[in-house]
Design a protein. Structure first.
Lengths: 492, 1514
């Protein structure tokens, strides 16, 4: 057709697939997402995409999903081709269809002055449909090379790298130190956000495509680091960036103060009926404080609700973002605006501009029970960054359980040190423009290379590293670029 | 063969962008014949007078006293020569040669050469005579190249009859020319034979019309007698050293241009090998080459016509072969004529283009007008048997009582004067002599059509089951091709529309692998010839053709038409199968494999092999060569189909074999309209795009296209055919046969040796890749196609050519640049602007534009402090916003742009579509008001309010095309501004119907200058090869400014084919224009502007250094106002309220004038920084300084082969590189100033004023300045009706009463020329045939072509017939005329036309509003209506009242006998009126009537008694 529904956005309002009712969902670990959707609904939403000349959504999407094309195909009820076109840029569209913050939608040209197309819902639906119809099948390569490639880490970066390299015909082995494949997709993201059978079926697909997975295989522990250099023609380190940022405040060594990832992993294992190492971290009946206003913090808040916390307070040092875009934050840059998280929808106290000073054990049982903090205001001061000033000192917040979700600082690189791998100042692995580390044939991808980021960046990084590895091994490649497309993504 | 004076050309041949063979010339012509054959010297005198009265149709060079060329052809004045020269004998015993010899050089060698040649050909040179000349008053340019003029007289040694003598003289002339060419005797560079003939002699030169008389003293000699005169006045785009380019040529004069010249030359060359004629015998060899490269189109036509006539055909026969009427689609044509044309179409292709050609052998005169009727030719016959034919009526004054008949040459019509019989032979009678039963019989027996060929084969897919995508990849398909072109074409049968122009790199700059097709850019018509409207005027277009073995051009046998006739060049696979296997009537085909094995051979060698095989096949008797790449596979690489075609075509031309066989291409590669256009343009007769078909079948099979398979294929073919016609039409070419091999393209980014080898003669100015780099790309695609694909990858590359894609082609407008520019301008953030500019300017990593290959050469420059550079506010005065019509963009966007530009001292342009009057004299006013082809809202008042007036000849995104504003976009405001009806669609035709040539443009410039004497008139052109000569013509046509637009300009809607493949970057256009203007000393008279994709200060500085003084921005300022490049302008759904008329969406418009202003200031700020670096204080010092530019070294596999030195070449001249002189419009001579003085009481206080005057054809545009004064004083409303009455007698010059304002009633007793009542703005125009005229008024032509074009309001009465295109785009005038030519009321949108006589064909084409009433006495009017947009209705009572009033008025105003007759027998006549009602208008009328409102026009008032002349006024 000459034009694909240029006026569709005027006929239908934006209506994402949405979530289950907070009251209904907040006590179980089933996904918060609405379970069902229907074709007609999404056909309408797809019609809202006008197939514009400069699909800024594609710029906003780190991996360059060909969004207008599959929006249209869904509208035209051609789900199979939509799936093909989605898979062309994204190995795991359900990972992103369920869990991506969707920078694409913020970049959609309709977001300029209207509600963007429900890109994420459409992506999810295409992936759902693909699994439902059995269209997603293993596609082992027709020809194999003799090259062996090791992937260390089985998060989205490792898995996408593995699939791409396997498609290029190389023999791929994935090492995962945990007992299950998936990295943060498996244990980091709580079940209510992403059901684990979604990971499992992908792993099955990859396995059937010929990828070897070795779990409980930790480099430097039960797998000698030399192996990845000696036994393989190339290897990719995709171990993520899992070293949490700590808050070395008075009382930090009290019991009841935990890192978010430890907390979340425990619950996922519990849900999976696996043994839970270490002492139980349980919010049941407690006043919980989550430090950190990000997505991980939100996951902790939501998990605490489900565990039966009496009260959950989520604390953020920085000010609450504005609801509307400030003028200097113009489209198509990502909006720095407030968006209520799914966890907050389920009821919690959100505190901004709160600067924690100390963890206090009031009753002396060795367990934290209060958090001491100041309320601050941030003042724009001349040239430098804004400075904080105390506006209300010595707040006391009840805290039987404190979860630290203030971010991650670096990959756990120590296992690779024997290889002579060099690091950047921020602790990430140093790589050249071909994503190779300082060790020849050893590449890095995902958070380990870029620092903490989103799933979609990890997938893209995995795709790109596969391309570089293939090129390194064979001198040419037919694997497509992802983050490194000829036209760069908008969000760097 | 013709030897050219090429000295001045050759010294510069290698320099600059301008190909000197592409000069353009248009003209004024005149023919006088004493039908009774008496002759006399008086005819010479009259001819010269006529010439002088056509002075405004000729032009001057840089100097007032150097004309573009003028001359006169007369019969050989035997008595005069006999007096002057001894020993001549009787009239028929000698020939006279008139030659240019070198001045100041010894002509001995040349004379000896001529004498020797004469002797060898059996002649004696009996005498030489110096032709006395007087060069007093000639301009410097003319003097610099002035030759000596001599005559020589030759007598045959043997006793020969007159006709043998003629042949011998013809041969002798060719022999002399050949020898001069070969031997290059002293002075040969100035040598030229004006004529060498038994019967006629030509006096001409680089003269003004008036100088002809004084320069040649012979002409004043009473003894010089003739009964036949041709005169000609040239308006050319280039005058350097052009003495020989003046007309008449040896046998003819010509007004117009042959669009298909390149192809005609090639075909002529190809036919030479087979030429034979008993007339010439062995002498035929001496005539070759028949015509040569580098000549003017007229010279070529003259050569070929002469060959045909000397070769034995009658003059009418030859003319009809070369310029057939539009016979193909004419169902009313009698069979014998059709057979004549069809037969001859197997011999040669038509020579296409706007042309009036008059030819004479010295006795008879033949004249012919092109099928479109694009040049004026008026004639009259007097009571004393004299014929006067000229571009204008009234050029030779004749007493009305002495006029027996007046008429005009109609489109495609031939006119023939039989010298012996002393009469004009009617068209039908001519044909009685030409037609012959044998033609039909020969056709029946020999011509083959595919229907007759047995063995029907189904369209069977070949590849679908073998993974079609492999082949698609190997042939270079992307998703763009499949989903953006093929799919919509198959789905909807149309070449799809896009918007917002092109912002991707040229193929040679791209980082992607582009097919060879994309290196060719379509050329298009502008100014010197018009594009045509193939949709509304489809009666003149045709895709029919013949292929196969052609035979001797000079003969006619049954064998000649033993060829295969095709309706379309796009074949089905079944048709292809038939052709591949054909064995019918001796027609046999041979297939040549155009694939190769890269392991064993190279691409170049493969082409050579193909050439050999093609030659072998033809020599073996094949009459059709099929070039097929169906063998493509993993081991066989397809030769690019265009390379195969161009390679074989040119090889066969060189070998003299091209006309021995047709070339059919069976290829997987072509799929888009442009692909087919290039293939046909380089010589393919027919094409089977089998992979495109299979792609469609796959789409149907997969359910992507919900159309039946057969329908999808048929629709696709239709879309291709339609697209081809559009591509042809934009060059003004009507028939495929003329387009075939015409090479209407410019190559960009190809090596010149490559072009010479395979695409010889194609314009190519920047160098680039050759066959090796091309092969690398071909192999790359092939490998990509046939290697194992990786799971997950898309089958096809995304392309991203039309819409931005992450993985696709680079676009300058992309999310990053759009976002950054908006941020910068909306927050006044210069740092953000700098980041934006960096993304565009820094092309180290990725080439984007030609200027990206250039850098500032600062080596010898000392930078200066920034504060020494002129301030931002002065620089922004040079900025303007590109024309965007009120209609395509929202009023908010339109006003914001205007206000923003006004804020920085620049200016904005209205674009097509006018401007609401309430914006006049406010900050929201566009200072530049556009005048485009449909003249929407162009009233006297609109024009009077402008500072600049822009004539849009073409626009960057779709040069050569018109526009179409859909009814739903025409809301109340737009309708009011455009003087039309809400809801009624509006069509802008491709050409301005008052500009078919350069002298027409000069006329419109003059009209506009009169409409507002204070406004600068500027002309908008689009960059293409040859734009330089057009710009020179524009300067000579006295425009104050010329704008060269780049091909990348944005737009509301254009075919994607045009967006991508038509026009060239502005860098080439500006540089060429500047070079040609400087070389011709025309630069200082005109301001040069540029637009088309300018984005940054660096862009501006580049444009300045290349020669532009003012800089326009279109897309970029829209982006500052919120445009996010949705490219959906044509859909009216623009979500940011920029390109929409939807009220709700308009509310979302986020723009602000300050954003625009910020942007302009930022650009200027960047320019200042560059100026400081270059050490330049004022912008004027930058203009044209190409020495400050250098080409960069780039690391790019293709671009590294480019060479921009021609772009940077600068002519050595003292001419100022910026505008320093005003054009002399000669307004002070205008008679209007007398009227204004006399009309002062009327203008000041509304008193009635009556003015009487006598006028002649040289008084052009009368009444317009007066109207302008009225508009300035009284605005749109003007004065009370009939306040000022102008009573004229005589002949009205062109544009009589143009833009006549309300309150003025202009009555002329006499007749008028073209464009009467153009843009009538409320005034009243009355043309009355003189009472004493010796002819019936209603039978004669009283007004020329294109009367009432774009008229908006008022009344007009014509007491006689009108020429072609009467009331085109009338939007409000009520008019009565007694008959019209072709295309009457075309594109009309309002008003009333009452036609009291016959109409020509194609009436009401594209008419979307208003009503026409035609008195259809013969009852066959219906056959002449184009019913695509209108229907015929019976009259209602209202209609009868309307007609009655108008006819009564007509009778009262003009004293029309016809009107009186009708009124006297009203009841009879009224029943014979037919009403023409536009469908769209009828629907709106009906709807509004239902709402209680009658929007139809009401009858005009009855005349007041005092305002019209009576018989006594004479």
């Amino acid at each position: 057709m000459t034009e694909r529904h240029p006026g569709g956005y005027r006929q239908h309002r934006r209506r994402p697939i949405g979530k289950r009712d907070p009251d209904e969902r907040k006590d179980d670990y089933d996904e918060v997402w609405a379970e069902k959707w229907d074709d007609e609904h999404l056909a309408e939403q797809g019609e809202r995409c006008m197939d514009c000349g400069t699909p800024t959504c594609m710029g906003g999407c780190p991996i360059g999903n060909i969004i207008p094309d599959w929006n249209d195909l869904v509208h035209r009820d051609d789900w199979k081709r939509a799936l093909e076109r989605l898979h062309a840029t994204n190995n795991f569209p359900e990972f992103t269809g369920y869990n991506c913050p969707a920078p694409c939608e913020n970049s959609c040209v309709l977001a300029y002055n209207d509600d963007p197309v429900t890109i994420k819902s459409i992506e999810r639906a295409i992936a759902d449909r693909g699994w439902e119809e059995g269209w997603i099948q293993p596609e082992p390569p027709e020809q194999r090379t003799d090259y062996e490639v090791a992937i260390v880490g089985s998060g989205p970066a490792g898995l996408s790298a593995a699939q791409q390299l396997n498609r290029a015909g190389h023999h791929v082995t994935v090492f995962e130190r945990a007992d299950e494949i998936g990295g943060l997709m498996r244990y980091g993201i709580p079940d209510q956000k992403f059901a684990k059978d979604r990971v499992e079926r992908r792993v099955d697909q990859l396995r059937e495509e010929g990828i070897t997975f070795e779990t409980n295989a930790e480099i430097g522990e039960n797998v000698p680091v030399e192996r990845i250099e000696e036994d393989f023609d190339a290897s990719v380190i995709a171990v993520g960036s899992q070293k949490p940022i700590d808050l070395p405040l008075p009382g930090r060594d009290l019991d009841g103060i935990h890192f978010a990832m430890d907390y979340l992993t425990q619950q996922n294992r519990r849900n999976a009926r696996k043994d839970v190492p270490g002492p139980d971290i349980d919010a049941d009946g407690k006043d919980v404080v989550v430090l950190g206003g990000g997505d991980t913090g939100a996951d902790c808040v939501a998990t605490a609700h489900r565990q039966g916390a009496d009260q959950v307070v989520q604390i953020e040092l920085l000010p609450k973002p504005p609801v509307e875009r400030p003028p200097e934050n113009s489209w198509p840059d990502q909006p720095q605006t407030y968006k209520k998280t799914y966890a907050q929808e389920e009821g919690a106290i959100e505190e901004y501009c709160v600067d924690t000073n100390a963890f206090v054990d009031g009753d002396g049982d060795g367990v934290v029970d209060t958090l001491e903090a100041d309320r601050v205001i941030w003042e724009e001061g001349g040239e430098g960054p804004p400075e904080k000033k105390v506006s209300e000192a010595n707040l006391e917040i009840p805290a039987d359980l404190v979860i630290l979700a203030v971010g991650f600082e670096a990959p756990e690189s120590s296992p690779f040190e024997p290889l002579g791998i060099e690091l950047e100042d921020d602790g990430t692995l140093a790589t050249d423009e071909d994503m190779m580390t300082s060790v020849d044939g050893v590449f890095a991808a995902g958070d380990a290379d870029m620092g903490p980021s989103l799933i979609v960046w990890a997938i893209g990084s995995g795709r790109d590293v596969a391309r570089h590895v293939d090129l390194h091994l064979t001198g040419e490649t037919d694997l497509p670029p992802s983050l490194e497309t000829p036209n760069e993504p908008l969000v760097q | 063969m013709l030897h050219m004076m090429t000295e001045t050309f050759e010294s510069d041949r290698e320099r600059g962008l301008h190909d000197r063979s592409r000069q353009k010339a248009n003209c004024g012509v005149g023919v006088l014949v004493d039908l009774d054959g008496d002759g006399g010297h008086e005819l010479v005198e009259d001819g010269l007078s006529l010439l002088e009265n056509l002075d405004h149709r000729g032009a001057r060079g840089a100097e007032e006293n150097t004309g573009d060329g003028a001359g006169i052809l007369i019969q050989k004045p035997h008595d005069f020569f006999a007096d002057e020269v001894d020993g001549l004998g009787a009239f028929d015993e000698y020939g006279v040669g008139q030659v240019f010899l070198p001045r100041d050089k010894q002509p001995d060698e040349l004379q000896a050469l001529i004498e020797a040649a004469a002797a060898d050909e059996g002649f004696d040179v009996v005498a030489w005579r110096d032709v006395p000349t007087n060069n007093d008053g000639l301009g410097e340019t003319a003097l610099a190249t002035e030759p000596d003029v001599a005559q020589f007289f030759v007598k045959p040694q043997a006793d020969v009859g007159p006709e043998e003598l003629d042949t011998a003289l013809y041969v002798l002339r060719n022999v002399i020319e050949s020898r001069v060419e070969a031997q290059e005797p002293v002075g040969s560079e100035r040598f030229y034979i004006c004529s060498l003939d038994r019967r006629k002699v030509v006096y001409k030169g680089l003269l003004t019309n008036g100088q002809v008389r004084t320069y040649y003293e012979d002409l004043g000699d009473d003894r010089l007698e003739t009964s036949l005169v041709f005169v000609h006045s040239r308006f050319s785009t280039n005058t350097l050293g052009a003495w020989e380019l003046a007309h008449p040529y040896r046998n003819m004069i010509h007004n117009g241009e042959i669009n298909t010249l390149r192809g005609n030359l090639n075909w002529m060359h190809a036919r030479e090998a087979d030429l034979e004629s008993p007339v010439f015998g062995d002498d035929i060899g001496k005539l070759k080459p028949i015509t040569e490269e580098g000549q003017s189109d007229t010279a070529v036509v003259d050569n070929v016509l002469e060959l045909l006539v000397e070769g034995g055909r009658s003059l009418p026969h030859a003319l009809r072969m070369l310029v057939p009427e539009a016979w193909e689609g004419n169902d009313r044509l009698e069979d014998a004529r059709r057979e004549f044309y069809q037969y001859h179409s197997t011999i040669n292709e038509p020579w296409d283009g706007p042309a009036l050609i008059a030819y004479t052998d010295g006795y008879d005169v033949g004249a012919i007008l092109d099928r479109n009727g694009l040049r004026p030719a008026r004639y009259l016959v007097t009571e004393d048997d004299r014929l006067i034919m000229a571009s204008e009526t009234g050029a030779l004054e004749v007493d009305a009582a002495n006029v027996k008949r007046t008429d005009r040459l109609e489109p495609g019509q031939m006119f023939y004067v039989d010298g012996d019989a002393g009469r004009i032979v009617p068209d039908d009678e001519i044909f009685d002599r030409l037609t012959d039963e044998k033609y039909g019989e020969w056709l029946d027996e020999n011509r083959v059509t595919l229907d007759a060929v047995e063995e029907a084969v189904a369209e069977t897919p070949t590849y679908v089951e073998q993974d079609i995508s492999k082949y698609q990849r190997a042939f270079g398909y992307t998703l763009d091709h499949v989903e953006r072109l093929i799919e919509p074409m198959a789905d909807e049968g149309k070449d799809p529309i896009g918007a917002m122009g092109n912002d991707t790199p040229l193929s040679v700059l791209s980082s992607r692998n582009k097919t060879l097709f994309t290196y060719f850019k379509q050329l298009f018509a502008q100014v010197s010839n018009p594009p045509i409207d193939y949709i509304r005027e489809e009666t003149v277009t045709s895709l029919e053709q013949h292929l196969g073995r052609q035979h001797n051009l000079l003969g006619e046998t049954a064998e000649h038409c033993r060829q295969l006739g095709l309706d379309s060049p796009i074949l089905t696979r079944a048709q292809q199968a038939k052709i591949s296997a054909i064995e019918t009537n001796g027609i046999r085909s041979a297939t040549v494999d155009i694939t190769y094995d890269p392991e064993t051979t190279s691409l170049a060698a493969a082409v050579e092999r193909v050439r050999r095989e093609a030659v072998d096949a033809i020599e073996g008797g094949a009459e059709i060569v099929v070039l097929s790449d169906t063998a493509t596979g993993p081991d066989r690489v397809p030769i690019p189909s265009l390379l195969a075609v161009g390679g074989v075509h040119h090889h066969l031309v060189r070998e003299g074999l091209r006309t021995h066989a047709g070339i059919v291409v069976e290829s997987g590669q072509p799929n888009a309209v442009h692909h087919f256009a290039t293939l046909v343009g380089y010589g393919a007769d027919a094409i089977t795009p089998y992979l495109a078909y299979e792609t469609i079948e796959e789409q149907v099979y997969e359910g992507v296209i919900d159309v039946d398979r057969e329908d999808a294929l048929a629709q696709y073919r239709h879309a291709v055919e339609d697209g081809l016609q559009k591509v042809m039409a934009k060059m003004g070419i009507s028939t495929l046969e003329s387009y075939k091999g015409a090479q209407i393209f410019e190559a960009v980014g190809l090596a010149s040796d490559f072009v010479e080898e395979y695409f010889e003669g194609t314009e190519n100015r920047t160098e680039g890749i050759g066959v090796e780099q091309l092969e690398a790309d071909v192999l790359d695609r092939h490998e990509n196609g046939f290697e194992e694909s990786v799971a997950g990858n898309l089958d096809l590359d995304q392309g991203g050519e039309f819409y931005w894609r992450r993985d696709g082609e680079f676009h300058q407008w992309n999310p990053s640049t759009i976002g950054k520019l908006q941020h910068a301008t909306n927050h006044g953030d210069y740092e953000a602007y700098e980041e934006f500019a960096e993304m565009i300017n820094d092309q180290t990593e990725r080439l984007q534009t030609l200027r990206g290959l250039l850098e500032f050469d600062t080596e010898d420059r000392e930078s200066i402090p920034l504060e020494d550079v002129q301030p931002v506010e002065e620089i922004t005065q040079r900025f303007f916003s590109a024309s965007m019509s009120f209609g395509s963009i929202s009023p908010e966007a339109h006003e914001t742009l205007a206000e923003g530009m006004n804020r920085v001292g620049g200016f904005a342009s209205t674009g097509e579509g006018g401007e609401p009057t309430e914006r006049f004299n406010t900050v929201r006013e566009c200072a530049d008001k556009q005048v485009a082809s449909a003249r929407f809202g162009v009233t006297s008042n609109y024009l009077a309010n402008a500072d600049h007036l822009e004539i849009k000849m073409a626009q960057g995104s779709k040069p050569g095309e018109g526009g179409h504003l859909p009814g739903e976009k025409v809301n109340e405001l737009i309708a009011e501004t455009r003087s039309t009806t809400p809801g009624v669609p509006l069509i802008s035709p491709p050409p301005h119907h008052d500009i078919y040539s350069i002298e027409d443009l000069a006329q419109l410039i003059h009209d506009l200058k009169c409409s507002n004497t204070d406004a600068d008139v500027h002309v908008k052109l689009v960059s293409e090869a040859g734009v330089g000569v057009i710009a020179a013509g524009v300067s000579k046509a006295k425009a104050d400014a010329v704008l060269i637009s780049g091909h990348d300009g944005g737009t509301g809607a254009s075919p994607k084919t045009s967006i991508k493949h038509a026009g060239l970057p502005w860098e080439l256009g500006i540089s060429e224009a500047n070079q040609v203007l400087l070389e011709n000393d025309l630069r200082s008279r005109i301001r040069v502007r540029v637009d088309g994709g300018l984005k940054t200060g660096r862009d501006v500085a580049m444009a300045a250094l290349l020669g532009a003084e003012e800089y326009g921005f279109g897309t970029a300022p829209l982006i500052t106002c919120g445009c996010v490049m949705l490219r959906k302008c044509h859909a009216n759904t623009c979500s940011v309220g920029v390109a929409t008329q939807d009220e709700e969406l308009r509310e979302k418009f986020p723009g602000d004038p300050e954003f625009v202003a910020n942007y302009m200031r930022f650009i200027a700020r960047e320019v200042r920084e560059i100026m400081a670096e270059l050490g330049v204080e004022r912008m004027d010092e930058l203009i044209g300084r190409t020495d400050l530019l250098a080409q960069k070294d780039v690391d790019h596999p293709r671009a590294e082969h480019m060479d921009l030195s021609e772009l940077l070449w600068r002519p050595d001249t003292d001419e100022d590189p910026v505008k320093t002189r005003e054009q002399n419009h000669k307004l002070d001579e205008k008679v209007d100033y007398e009227f204004i003085e006399a009309a002062e009481p009327a203008i000041e206080s509304g008193e009635d004023v009556e003015i009487e005057a006598r006028v002649g054809n040289e008084a052009r545009t009368v009444g317009t300045i007066l109207s302008s004064e009225i508009s300035k004083a009284h605005g749109e409303d003007g004065l009370e009706d009939d306040t000022i009455t102008l009573d004229f007698e005589g002949t009205g010059g062109q544009s009589l009463g143009a833009f006549l304002a309300s309150g003025v009633t202009l009555t002329l007793t006499g007749d008028t020329n073209d464009y009467a009542g153009k843009g009538l703005s409320g005034g009243k125009l009355i043309v009355e045939t003189p009472a004493e005229a010796g002819y019936e008024a209603s039978e004669n032509v009283v007004t020329g072509n294109v009367a009432l074009y774009g008229a908006t309001d008022g009344e007009a009465y014509f007491n006689g017939r009108a020429g072609e295109r009467f009331a085109v785009r009338n939007s409000g005038v009520k008019t009565v005329v007694e008959g019209v030519g072709d295309h009457g009321c075309e594109y009309m949108t309002g008003g009333i036309a009452v036609i009291l006589g016959e109409t020509g064909k194609n009436f009401g084409a594209g008419m979307s509003g208003g009503e026409a009433y035609v008195l259809d006495e013969s009852g066959d009017f219906e056959e002449r209506v184009n019913t695509e947009m209108v229907h015929l209705e019976a009259l209602e009572e209202r209609d009868r009242r309307m007609i009655r009033r108008l006819v009564e008025n007509h009778a009262r105003y003009t004293d029309s006998d016809r009107a009186a007759e009708i009124l006297d027998n009203w009841d009879t006549y009224v029943e014979q009126f037919v009403k023409v009602m536009p469908d769209a208008y009828a629907a709106v009328v009906e709807q509004r009537l239902a709402e209680g409102e009658d929007i139809r026009a009401s009858p005009p008032p009855k005349p007041t008694t005092t305002t019209f002349p009576t018989e006594g006024d004479d």
